[in-house]
Design a protein around this ligand. Sequence first.
Ligand code: PEP
Length: 249
Amino acid sequence: MRALTVIGNWKMNGSLSINQAWMQSVGEGMQCGMPAGRRFGVCVPFPYLHQCSQLLASSQLLLGAQDVSAHESGAYTGEVSAVMLQEMGVRFAIVGHSERRMQYGEANETIALKAGAALDHEITPIICVGETADERNSGRAIEAVRRQVASQVSTLQDRLVDCLIAYEPIWAIGTGKVASAQMAQDMHRAIRLQLAEFDHDVSAHIGIIYGGSVRADNATELFAMPDIDGGLVGGSSLDAQEFLAICRA
Ligand code: PEP
């Protein structure tokens, strides 16, 4: 869905007391008025889902997880299923973040299965795609991202319309190097055109958000681009006031 969406990704950060203070500040900030028709969420580490679901009970901020298992239940030590997340009130789950692709060897096929499992339980998967610095510098950025998107299309088909795609150039994640608004727009456009080759409805209605060093001082320009439907915000989401400023953008 193309409602403007801003999602925080805390990564492996937080503590019971830090989370409490963050939720209180963001909750109070949001009560002072947020633009209408927008969606806001935060993806927290698994152990904090229960605490955060309680803290968010009367908030417009939606709860998210940072991963989800492709499996329903059974002998999958360390995994967390979509049905468990749903029970915790989770509305979004990041899948295929580049940190998981690179450090845990997650492949496109597994990522699509994870997205499918999330959809089965009314959780919106945030499917991350993006190119490395090498691919960008050698003119292969679009080709690299196309490959990742094509794999999602072939498994998820028209269920893709209920997902969010997060374009996250790997060289921009946690580096402070943000893609220029035009560079991000060009890739979002390329993804939308690729999806239109498959299905015009999916292409017209899917939300494509940008991630990679989004801050309060660059969010307005990025989010104003016609094919950018919001942001996935890592480091800057840890600071409640910075996150609120990005949501207001
Ligand atoms: C992310 O982790 O998804 C991300 C975009 O990180 P950062 O905003 O810190 O670059």
